[in-house]
Design a protein around this ligand. Structure first.
Ligand SMILES: N[C@@H](CCC(=O)N[C@@H](CS)C(=O)NCC(=O)O)C(=O)O
Length: 245
């Protein structure tokens, strides 16, 4: 049995797959696809993943795409450490959380993340061919074009923060009655949320949950799990950099 994870260490989507593999104690090969040098847009990678995004997983030759799909696939194929409620209603609840998290905070966190990263390189020669490489993007062309080279507008950042705050408040309500998002046990729903929260912390947005005690306790609980340190090995977080607001 072999598993290869094509991933980028700092990408939140890759972190979801790594969290899942770590929770299940599955051995795999990590293959770094460098987003900074646009390896994900090279032909060899587009043949594996026509969306031109990471992660992609290859299990005994079968290509599995999309971080949430990868997590559910792993849960089906390696059920020894379950990461989903056993009853259908519980599973539906977990999936409803997953869809919400994919649509709302996962897309929202890209805006402040990209402003931090790209405002640093907007005048460099690395970005001079912006049009050329965004042209090759199967999935994110419009997003990058909207950002353009100077970063997203303040209004876009505010909209994103509103969506992140809404997520935190919704999670707080859930976590007041259950220790994890989908109930009593840690599940894929928690995995989908964790990388966004880690990224918020890295961007200095952690004061957003200062008054949310159930949420704060949840975050402490998930950080104490062995899978957290395995996933966030050195170099995986965005360090505060000189000039960062
Ligand atoms: N729905 C996909 C989205 C994957 C995705 O957006 N990956 C990002 C990194 S988190 C990426 O590869 N971005 C490439 C880019 O921005 O050019 C998944 O969850 O796997």
């Amino acid at each position: 049995m072999t598993i290869q994870l094509y991933q980028f260490s700092q990408s939140t989507c890759s972190q979801k797959a790594r969290l899942c593999l770590a929770e299940k104690g599955i051995a795999y090969d990590r293959i770094e696809v460098n987003l900074k040098t646009r390896e994900h847009l090279e032909d060899w990678y587009l043949q594996i993943n026509p969306n031109g995004v990471v992660p992609s997983m290859v299990h005994d030759g079968a290509v599995i795409l999309d971080s949430s799909v990868i997590c559910e696939y792993l849960d089906e194929v390696f059920p020894e450490v379950p990461l989903a409620p056993r009853d259908p209603v519980g599973r539906a609840g977990m999936r409803a959380w997953m869809r919400f998290l994919e649509e709302v905070p996962t897309t929202a966190i890209r805006v402040p993340t990209f402003n931090k990263i790209f405002s640093k390189v907007d005048t460099s020669s690395e970005n001079a061919d912006f049009e050329t490489w965004t042209d090759k993007m199967p999935l994110r062309k419009a997003f990058y074009r909207r950002m353009q080279q100077g970063g997203f507008a303040a209004k876009d950042v505010e909209d994103s923060l509103e969506r992140l705050r809404m997520t935190l408040n919704r999670a707080e309500r859930q976590l007041t009655s259950t220790p994890f998002l989908a109930g009593d046990e840690f599940s894929i729903a928690d995995i989908v949320l964790i990388p966004t929260i880690v990224r918020m912390e890295d961007l200095g947005l952690d004061e957003e949950w200062a008054g949310l005690s159930a949420f704060t306790q949840w975050y402490e609980r998930v950080k104490a799990r062995p899978s957290f340190d395995t996933t966030y090995y050195p170099g995986t977080r965005l360090p505060p950099q000189p000039g960062w607001a």
